[in-house]
Ligand binder design. Structure first.
Ligand SMILES: [Mg+2]
Length: 186
């Protein structure tokens, strides 16, 4: 995307300058018990189309601890058939830093738990990589702010973190078009 096109993004909202940063849409699968959030898998899609996907070494055993994860997530894990997808958390942490570059802008759908799961790869909040925002933007919040239009149906495998991240980007793009369409003509 050239600078002129990126500048168009600024018109999408009146309160930030996201067009000046690279956007990343991500999703995670995780096990949470009300006190902890354990990362199972993470998928990230960059504004320039690149994708990243990894599963943690205990992805399968974490899934086994929850009936919901067993029913909805387990069959979408790929670490058994593709062992290179499974990586130690420190490696995932390092690879995501390389993947997103210096000034990332993060988006997720119902992002709160996903954001904590991502941030905890680096430790505490103050341990977040330099240049990263200490917050995540939520496509659901954007949707509500724009009148809660019906978002496109997901065509990929729901509850596979990369498929969900790809859909999150698609939903954001839909909202961007929707918001431009809603703008009064001048
Ligand atoms: Mg998901």
């Amino acid at each position: 995307m050239n600078e002129a096109d990126r500048f168009q993004n600024i018109k999408f909202t009146d309160c930030n300058r996201w067009g000046l940063k690279m956007k990343f849409w991500f999703d995670t699968e995780f096990l949470e018990d009300g006190k902890t959030i354990e990362l199972i898998s993470i998928g990230v899609v960059a504004e320039d189309g690149r994708t990243y996907y990894a599963e943690t070494p205990d992805a399968y055993s974490l899934c086994a601890e929850s009936a919901w994860l067993k029913a909805n997530v387990l069959s979408h894990l790929t670490g058994m058939s593709q062992p290179s997808i499974t990586r130690p958390r420190v490696q995932i942490a390092r690879e995501i830093i390389e993947f997103v570059g210096e000034k990332p802008e993060f988006w997720a759908y119902y992002c709160s738990y996903d954001w904590v799961a991502l941030c905890q790869l680096y430790g505490r909040m103050i341990d977040l990589p330099k240049g990263w925002p200490m917050f995540c933007r939520d496509v659901k919040q954007l949707c509500v702010d724009l009148g809660n239009p019906k978002l496109p149906e997901q065509e990929g495998q729901e509850h596979n973190a990369l498929a969900d991240a790809l859909w999150t980007k698609q939903a954001w793009e839909f909202l961007k078009e929707h918001s431009v369409a809603e703008l009064p003509e001048v």
